[in-house]
Write a protein that binds this ligand. Structure first.
Ligand SMILES: Cc1cc2nc3c(=O)[nH]c(=O)nc-3n(C[C@H](O)[C@H](O)[C@H](O)COP(=O)(O)O)c2cc1C
Length: 203
């Protein structure tokens, strides 16, 4: 037996809660931007986040409504996706507070920044990975805007790299689940894809 939900017949907020409970776990882009004044450094978590294209490398996040991160990315054409690791949970959550527009979260929360290499918005110094992005395009969908950014530089903390590759156990990513839930890494399984030729031989 299943319970049926019709988005057309439901309050949009209720369906949003259902969607975010079942599209899980979602990686978190901790997005840093600079306001148009070039001074105020903004930082906010966005879990509607993924890779949009591999060549060229493009990532995307979605702003539900028009928030500072979106406005700044549009105004300056740049943003940085900082990796959201478990040890920084409290700081990440604090940057989701609805501070006034002229109060940047780096200062309000007391988050140490470091300069980016290719773009003006700063990186989060304590985050193990920064993807420096130039705005590619935006796509308005209903109440939301999808923001696409071409990754022009990736900076990965050396102590998270093993044999030339970022190591999941050292990155310790957080994820967003439903409600106010956050996820941490569970058991990690490794399993190679099965080429069709092998599949046939097995059968
Ligand atoms: C874990 C987490 C994930 C979030 N994901 C999103 C998201 O994908 N899109 C969005 O618009 N807001 C999201 N939010 C809410 C924003 O972070 C929050 O509204 C923030 O104040 C926006 O900041 P800004 O106005 O400085 O851009 C999320 C909040 C948390 C705690």
């Amino acid at each position: 037996m299943r319970i049926d939900y019709d988005p057309q017949a439901m309050d949009s907020r209720a369906f949003y809660k259902l969607l975010t409970a079942v599209v899980v776990p979602r990686p978190i882009a901790w997005v840093s931007t600079l306001a148009a004044d070039g001074e105020t450094a903004n930082l906010a978590p966005h879990s509607f986040f993924t890779v949009a294209c591999t060549d060229p490398p493009v990532v995307q996040f979605t702003s539900v409504g028009r928030k500072d991160s979106l406005r700044n990315a549009e105004a300056t054409g740049e943003f940085v996706v900082n990796f959201a690791p478990e040890p920084l949970l409290d700081q990440i959550n604090a940057t989701a507070t609805d501070f006034p527009e002229d109060l940047g979260e780096f200062d309000a929360v007391g988050i140490e920044r470091e300069p980016s290499l290719r773009v003006k918005p700063p990186r989060v110094a304590a985050s193990p990975v920064a993807l420096e992005c130039r705005l590619h395009s935006t796509l308005c969908l209903g109440n939301s805007t999808v923001v696409f950014g071409t990754v022009v530089h990736a900076a990965v903390r050396a102590d998270t790299v093993v044999d030339g590759h970022p190591e999941i156990g050292r990155l310790r990513p957080l994820s967003r689940l439903g409600k106010n839930e956050w996820g941490t890494m569970g058991e990690i399984k490794e399993l190679a894809r099965i080429p069709y030729q092998d599949w046939q031989q097995q059968g």
